[in-house]
Each structure stands twice: as C-alpha cells, then as structure tokens.
Design a protein around this ligand. Structure first.
Ligand code: MEV
Length: 450
C-alpha cells in the first residue's frame, strides 16, 4: 500500500520528480524522461511556468490555434483559441467566414458590475444590525480608500454596499453585499481585499460596542469572497441577415434552414438535456478564447451555467427569432474578463494572444469572446440541422487516429483518400492501416470511438 509523503512541497523540483516517478510508475526512467521532454528549452521561460503554480513537474501542452475572419463591430479579428477538441477551430472559422459576408457580429455591453459578500452570522435583532450597518458603511469606504485609490483613478471602485437579510433561508445568516466596477481587471484580488477590510471594520466595531447586549454583539464573520456569478457583467452578441441570405452550400432552402435552426434553439430553451449540450458547444468557443487570453475559464463556466438557470430551469444561452423575413441569432452571457493583471502580462503566449487582438480592453474582449461562443453555436446547429455533425467531426478524428498510429505521410495520404466518402470509425481506420502495412489487426485496436 502507498504511504503518504510528508514535506513534499519542500523538496526540490528534481526531488519531487524522483519521488513521483519512483512512487507511481512501473518504468520510472520512461516517466522521468517524458516529464523532462516537456520542459521548455529556455530556462527562464521554464522558471516562469514553474512559478505559476505549486509543485510544477513539467508543462502540459494544448494546441494554440487561430480562427480568422471574425468581423466584430466592423473590425476584423483573428481569434486565438486554445483547446484540445478537434473541429472547434474549424467550426469557428467557418461560421466567421459565413457571417463575414452577412455583416458580421454586433456586440453590446449590457453591464460590467461585479459582486462580493461578507457572509456573517448575527444573533441579535435586525433593527440593531441595521443601525450598526449605517455606522459601518462610511467606515467601509474610508478604510478601503488606500486599496481602492488606483481603481478609482481608473474610473472604478466600490459602487454600492448593502446589508442583506438572508435569515429566511438560513438562521442568523446576513450578508454585506458590495458591488464593484473593476475596469479592465477581472478584479478578484481587489474585491476580496475590500471585503476582508469590511470584515475588519465589523469585528473591530462590535468589539467596542459594550453598550449592546451580549446577543446584539454576537457576530461572526464566516467568509469574505467575491461571487463568480456575475449577472450584472453581461455582454450580448448578435448576427442577423435576411432569411434569403441564409443560402449556403447545404441541400436545404434558406426558409427551411431558418425554421429548423430556430426550432433547434427553441428545443435548447425548453429541454435541459439538450440545453446542456447546446451550451457545451457554446463554451467550446468561449473557453478556447478565454484560455488563450489567460482568463479564468472555471469562473466563466460557473457564471454561465448559473446564468443559464436564472429563471429556475437550465436553458439555452443563445436565442433565435425570425421576424419580417429577418433571421436574428444572439447570445447573452456573463463574462467577467480581465485584460490586465493575472496571467495577461506574464504568460508569453497570453501576451501574444492579446497583441493579436489589438490589445483589447475588457469590454472589447467580452464582445470578442461572446462572438466566439455564438459562432461556435451557429456552426454546431447549422451542421446538426443539415448534414449532422459526424461528417466534419470524423475528419479531424481521423487525423487524431493517424497520429496515434504514427502513420507515415504516405500512409496518411492513402488513408485520408480512402475515407473521403466513408465515415472513419476507429476500427475501420485501424483495419485500413494494418492492411496497408500488411500486419494483423490488433484486438485492442478496435472500437475506440468516442
Ligand atoms: C461538441 O463538442 C459540441 C456539440 O455537441 C454542440 C451541440 O450539440 O450543439 C456539437
């Protein structure tokens, strides 16, 4: 049985690798070699990556692709996309090309406010707490003046502070709810620092209030934390054109396409099973740009899905209408993104991604990311309601199988040609590969399709 290790974090990087490969691998040599093979050849760059997190062993590569021809608010962008899934970049590029000829994407920032809470217990009366809060409120602003100075100079800061009574859902539970404008930064550190300062004010003040009863002084701060749910930091992206302009290489009329497409969106609006997959496709486009631009994709995911459930049932993030012969398709999504701070100036590829986009501010980036999500959803639905998604998907899947098989360029060409008009299921590709090499088909080589 494996034993826990004490003091792992204190070991050197080499020491950690030695422990890891000896403890967890049948062939430590091979594991060690692979871990080191993925080190950056430039020591300084490697050090940078080592320092991003704790216990770094090596790097984990994801492809960095680009999707050109995104016309967003009449500006042409090439989107950086970091994602492991085949077909996503191709789909984004295809949708961008489609809408490029039809006016492109239009985006609008609906709001940019973020929220944080001091969650606390209070056993006294709400009346006393309300009076205490009125005393605390100016102090919250005063005691955070130093913290907020830079943000205020940039036009941001604390927008409002309120006391919220949550005792209807949990006994003795209250919140100090603050709303913030964090300009071009995602703002997590700024918000959390302000909230912790509020808590200090509360603790210090209650300590001194010997005039109050024991019950009215019974206050415990549970935690101070921003909320990743940002329903007031929302962007809308839209595409639209006349129905007749939806003509394409597909075998359906524009009217039939518009009607089937609208129906597909409607299904995602009312059916959570479909909404989950539908929104997953949207997140393919969102996350890829969010990761490439060094933003926190977990926060974006969490907020998006809460937003998608805001009316009590998980539903589609995109919507579609056909009115007076005009097809309109749009997304509304909370995107708390930063273009300063965090990884944005640290990670060389993130810096490159920002430069590629013309060093956008956070509002412009919100529009770009929303457009990417909308494009992805458009591409997915377009394929789903016409040819089905497997055709495009399987082509990329074929390349992945060929890489796995370590096919030579000649073998690749022959196999790609062979599958031009056939669906490249894993077992069929392996069989064809073995046939070309004149080797028997291995039993483990079949039925690996997702
Ligand atoms: C696959 O990653 C995403 C799709 O399933 C999205 C969808 O079904 O809309 C194609």
């Amino acid at each position: 049985m494996k034993q826990p290790i004490k003091g792992f974090s204190k070991l050197s990087k080499e020491g950690k690798i030695e422990w890891l490969v000896n403890e967890h691998f049948e062939n430590p040599e091979e594991a060690r070699e692979l871990l080191k093979e993925y080190w950056h050849s430039n020591e300084k760059r490697q050090q940078l990556h080592d320092d991003f997190i704790e216990n770094t062993m090596t790097n984990y590569f994801l492809p960095f692709g680009v999707a050109p021809n995104f016309l967003i608010n009449n500006q042409l962008y090439t989107l950086p996309m970091t994602i492991e899934e085949s077909s996503v970049v191709a789909a984004a590029s295809k949708a961008a090309g489609f809408w490029l000829k039809r006016g492109g994407f239009k985006t609008e920032i609906i709001s940019t406010t973020k929220v944080g809470h001091v969650h606390f217990n209070y056993a006294g009366s709400f009346e006393t707490l309300s009076t205490l809060f009125e005393d605390w409120k100016p102090k919250f602003y005063e005691e955070t003046e130093e913290l907020t100075a830079n943000m205020r100079a940039r036009g941001g800061g604390i927008l409002s502070i309120a006391l919220v009574n949550k005792t209807d859902v949990l006994e003795n539970y209250y919140q100090i709810e603050a709303r913030f404008e964090t300009c071009d930064s995602m703002g997590a550190n700024f918000i959390n620092s302000c909230l912790e300062q509020f808590a200090q004010v509360m603790r210090a003040d209650i300590e001194l209030r010997t005039d109050l009863s024991a019950e009215d002084r019974d206050l415990q701060v549970v935690m101070c934390i921003l909320s990743n749910y940002t329903p007031e930091c929302v962007v809308r992206a839209e595409v639209s054109c006349k129905v007749e302009e939806l003509n394409d290489d597909k075998d359906v009329s524009p009217e039939e396409f518009a009607s089937k497409f609208q129906r597909a969106v409607r299904i995602a609006e009312v059916e959570p099973y479909r909404a989950t997959t539908h929104n997953k496709g949207i997140m393919n486009g969102i996350d890829a740009v969010v990761i490439a631009t060094g933003n926190d994709f977990r926060a974006i995911e969490a907020a998006s899905h809460t937003y998608a459930s805001r009316n009590g049932q998980y539903s589609s993030l995109t919507h579609c209408k056909v009115e007076n012969g005009v097809f309109t398709f749009w997304i509304e999504i909370p995107l708390a993104l930063g273009t300063v701070g965090g990884l944005t100036k640290l990670h060389p590829m993130v810096k490159l991604a920002h430069e590629m986009l013309g060093d956008p501010n956070s509002e412009t980036l919100m529009g770009i990311v929303a457009a990417s999500g909308l494009a992805q959803n458009f591409a997915a639905l377009r394929a789903l309601v016409t040819t089905g998604i497997q055709k495009g998907h399987m082509k990329m899947h074929l390349f992945n199988i060929l890489n796995q098989l370590e096919a030579t360029p000649e073998e690749r060409d022959a196999i790609v040609k062979h599958f031009t008009d056939k669906v490249p299921h894993h077992n069929l590709v392996v069989s064809k590969f073995c046939e070309l090499r004149g080797i028997p088909v291995p039993k483990s080589g079949v039925n690996k399709d997702k």
